[in-house]
Design a protein around this ligand. Structure first.
Ligand code: AP5
Length: 217
């Protein structure tokens, strides 16, 4: 049976890292709205051009754009698969929109998994993150460096700092998270969906083990 879940947490908490591991381990698919938007920016589509100015400023892309991405994904690639939502929903209208979409499709939301990481660690992680310009693989200069400096281990592409990982933009993303996204946890606590918190400041392996445990698998 399909069982969708939300991976929730601030910028740099490890949603992408853990979401990819969970998807592989449990045969699920991961929808990162951030990855979809970055791909649209890279390809220069109308959506990418419109989204770029919000992303570069550390602001949220409008809800209707995001809900359109999710609607297309659920009715296309992921129609028959369990989905990990990474970085979505981020506002109350997005959470309500997701509920409506899932209701219409008869898909249950099984859990919200929250990665807790303090701001100091988030800033350090994001300033050390390097992403492959070609394939999107993620590294960290401090905790997960590439074998060859500046080059992706997987495809030898160039490793770059994401434009929104500049310090001033990171500060704005953290503010936006605490003002617009963190309050969503109350919405889920008041719903029948299970909410599990995991300490995201442990090693990647420990975090992964605790997420799997929280899912009862
Ligand atoms: P998005 O791409 O979703 O960014 P984010 O939520 O800010 O999250 P990040 O990708 O920065 O971090 P992450 O939690 O995935 O951490 P990661 O695993 O990479 O969104 C970008 C922008 O797009 C938004 O600002 C907005 O403009 C727009 N957008 C996207 N979705 C939207 C939506 N729903 N609504 C509106 N706008 C939207 O890890 C970070 C680093 O830490 C890496 O270097 C990693 O190697 C390292 N690391 C990971 N785990 C550990 C660990 N346990 N210990 C040490 N280091 C670790």
């Amino acid at each position: 049976m399909r069982q969708d879940l939300i991976l929730f947490g601030p910028p740099g908490a490890g949603k992408g890292t853990q979401g990819a591991l969970l998807a592989e381990r449990f045969g699920m698919v991961r929808l990162s709205t951030g990855d979809v938007l970055r791909e649209a920016v890279r390809r220069g589509t109308d959506m990418g051009l419109a989204a770029k100015r919000f992303m570069d400023a550390g602001e949220l892309v409008p809800d209707d754009v995001i809900l359109g991405i999710v609607r297309d994904y659920l009715s296309g690639d992921a129609a028959e698969q369990s989905v990990i939502f990474d970085g979505f929903p981020r506002t109350l209208p997005q959470a309500r929109g997701l509920d409506e979409l899932l209701d219409d499709l008869g898909r249950p939301l099984s859990a919200v998994l929250v990665l807790d990481v303090d701001d100091e660690a988030l800033v350090r992680r994001l300033s050390g993150r390097r992403s492959c310009a070609a394939c999107g693989a993620v590294f960290n200069l401090e905790t997960d460096p590439p074998v060859e400096q500046g080059r992706c281990d997987q495809c030898s592409g160039e490793l770059v700092l994401r434009p929104d990982d500049e310090p001033a933009t990171v500060r704005r993303r953290l503010e936006v998270y605490s003002q617009q996204t963190a309050p969503l946890l109350d919405y889920y606590r008041q719903s029948p969906v299970e909410v599990h918190h995991v300490d995201g400041q442990q090693s990647i392996e420990k975090v992964q083990a605790q997420l799997a445990e929280a899912l009862g698998r």
